[in-house]
Design a protein around this ligand. Structure first.
Ligand code: ADP
Ligand code: MG
Length: 243
């Protein structure tokens, strides 16, 4: 056997219980999975199956009621509140459905912002690096505009450049093309594929089964549990591998 690296991401027995007026509700129930470096993982499942809750565990946006979340060697579930935002800024690039660019900053300034927040690059190099990221995602010519002057697809590319600002090992995206037309979506998916090939681990939530099949692994959630996983660590199952 070749020695394998520890998984970039490891969820161990994650349960997330929300208190609701009608009593406790488990959005995730004993979910475990490991994701290796450079995997390109689609998380699919019906609305309400727990996809966003699962993504929030990976980013530390929310914490499990039980269980452990390890990302790049850090126990995210145990990080003090005051360290979470900076940890996330350095280790996880997050891409949202509605882009969430700051409307009063230029495109370039939006990409510089995470570098300022985490002090990851020398101040004098930040703008040049941001420009190189915008170039990488194909929107360098829009750098000095305000976000709302751009199309939805261009804004999502800017959001991906922003997610890459601190060179995090993990990129997560919750329905990143939910607000884009089909052709624009395809080019965004293509970009995620390129990023995984270039060394990022990418986890994306999508409703689109065709898109999911382009990923290297599909995790299917139903009622807060993993019902199929084509990559299947630690307990491999392959039933959906080439559906
Ligand atoms: P998905 O992203 O797959 O549509 P979510 O992870 O957003 O699903 O939600 C899973 C379930 O948990 C849903 O039934 C949702 O109503 C419930 N839920 C999510 N967040 C909360 C919350 N903050 N309080 C109560 N219930 C929640
Ligand atoms: Mg969701």
């Amino acid at each position: 056997m070749t020695p394998s690296l520890p998984p970039l991401l490891k969820l161990q027995d994650i349960t997330r219980i929300f208190e609701t007026p009608s009593g406790p509700f488990a959005a995730l129930r004993a979910v475990s999975c490991e994701i290796a470096s450079q995997e390109l993982v689609a998380v699919v499942g019906k609305s309400g199956s727990g996809k966003s809750t699962l993504i929030h565990m990976m980013t530390g946006i929310d914490r499990p009621s039980h269980g452990e979340v390890m990302v790049a060697g850090t126990a995210v579930h145990a990080l003090p509140e005051g360290e979470l935002a900076r940890w996330r800024g350095r280790n996880v690039g997050v891409v949202f459905q509605f882009f969430q660019l700051l409307p009063t900053l230029t495109v370039l300034e939006n990409v510089v912002l995470p570098m300022d927040f985490c002090a990851t690059h020398p101040v004098r190099q930040r703008r040049a690096y941001a420009l190189s990221l915008l170039d990488r995602v194909g929107v360098a010519d829009q750098a000095h505009k305000l976000p709302l002057a751009l199309s939805g697809g261009q804004q999502q590319r800017v959001a991906i450049a922003r997610a890459l600002a601190n060179d995090p090992p993990l990129l997560v995206a919750d329905e990143p093309t939910g607000n884009l037309d089909v052709r624009t979506s395809e080019s965004v998916w293509q970009l995620f594929r390129e990023l995984a090939r270039a060394g990022k681990t990418v986890v994306v939530v999508t409703h689109d089964r065709d898109v999911a099949r382009m990923m290297t692994r599909i995790i299917t959630l139903s009622d807060g549990t993993i019902v199929s996983d084509t990559g299947g660590t630690p307990s491999p199952r392959h039933e959906a591998a080439h559906a």
